[in-house]
Design a protein around this ligand. Sequence first.
Ligand code: ATP
Ligand code: MG
Length: 183
Amino acid sequence: MTEPATNEFPEPATLRLFFALWPDDATRDALNRTGKWLHQHWGGRRMRVETVHITLAFLGETPAERLDDLVACADAARSDGFELILDQAGYWRHNRIGWLGASQTPPQYAELVGALNAALQGAGFPVDSRPHVPHVTLLRKSPGGEALACKPVRWPIGDFVLVKSATGSEGAHYDVIRRWSLA
Ligand code: ATP
Ligand code: MG
């Protein structure tokens, strides 16, 4: 008898995971236009269009057998849908990132991130204790530049996702592995 083929390519023991807001096509286009514009002013390396997102909670390397617990955390973390208005170009010197953020955090956004972090902490996952700044990274390795007023991007938020990150030859590659609708 031959062994079943299932053990031939074992699943990796850990997955690099994060919860995120993933843009719809129209929002992705708008973010991409803003990325081009920001790049003209601040240089650096643009994020590839298919990778732009907002990280809600970063888990890092996670044992594959904890995926069910993660799903339960996301099931428990709810908010209503909302519109996120990204109207602020920002720059962080410490990691040389140029980003687009929201000058006003909608209460539903704060509720979602708060509920997610509370559930994750309760289940023993690592949570970030630093203040959470909602942002879309658009530029890496940027020298930054002058303060800029930018055209707001209006992003209708109807769901959030769990993403697997893998590092390939041309940078990080992200796979959406699960999606949760917001009411
Ligand atoms: P690379 O690290 O290869 O440059 P990346 O930062 O895009 O790629 P990951 O490190 O897997 O990929 O991170 C995925 C997402 O989580 C990104 O939005 C990243 O900015 C964010 N992130 C990474 N590390 C942390 C962290 N310690 N706290 C909060 N967010 C993080
Ligand atoms: Mg990283």
